[in-house]
Design a protein around this ligand. Structure first.
Ligand code: ZN
Length: 205
């Protein structure tokens, strides 16, 4: 097969899915990285089994971004991934995945789950969707993400609190909440993950 992997529904019903994973691709992964890469791809594909897509109207880049965001949070990001705010927010995969992680850090744990839940409810209307969830349009959020990356690159250690202030319309309570989330994320990363449980927590509640 061409490509790395894909997930498809079965004729039986929507609750049954099939993940296809290229043997050629697996054979080409350097041995030192093979296990983590296989797990990472499987996590990504498993997200497609459970996530919602606004009845087929969600941007493909957002759907792929959510899948890679879960992979990132499972601590299975491959070494070539990097954060970047060039181009469009919905270019997909890790490009969008890191943007979603920025939203998760800024607006608190559960933000990406809220994105998925909103995609479960109704068809995608870009303006209303982001305004409802994050009180900003997505172009503004993407710009603010770019600024936060630029500050990080400049090595400003106070980047996070300053960035929250620069949003202008968020109260100081959010800074506290966000810092707690950092801690939670650190705790989560220290423990081995049960991926199936994680997917369920993320997408089936
Ligand atoms: Zn995918």
């Amino acid at each position: 097969m061409e490509g790395v992997a894909y997930t498809t529904g079965l004729d039986l019903d929507d609750d049954h899915k099939e993940i296809h994973f290229s043997i050629d691709y697996i054979q080409g992964i350097p041995e030192a990285r093979r296990k983590r890469e296989i797990l990472g791809v499987l996590v990504h594909e498993m997200v497609h089994c459970w996530q919602h897509n606004a009845f087929g109207t969600a941007p493909g880049g957002l759907v792929e971004g959510i899948a890679d965001w879960v992979r990132l949070n499972a601590d299975l990001a491959p070494p070539h991934w990097k954060q970047e705010a060039d181009g469009d927010w919905d270019a997909g995969y890790q490009h969008t995945g890191y943007f979603l992680e920025y939203l998760e850090q800024r607006f608190g744990k559960g933000s990406v789950m809220a994105v998925n839940q909103e995609l479960r409810r109704k068809k995608y209307d870009e303006a209303a969707f982001w305004q409802k969830l994050f009180d900003h349009d997505v172009a503004t959020l993407w710009k603010q993400y770019g600024k936060s990356l630029a500050k990080k690159a400049a090595g400003n250690p106070t980047e996070e609190s300053e960035q929250t202030e620069s949003c202008g319309d968020h109260n100081s309570g959010e800074v506290v909440e966000k810092n707690e989330d950092h801690r939670k994320n650190d705790e989560r990363r220290q423990h081995p993950r049960d991926f199936a449980q994680e997917m369920k927590d993320l997408y089936m509640t």
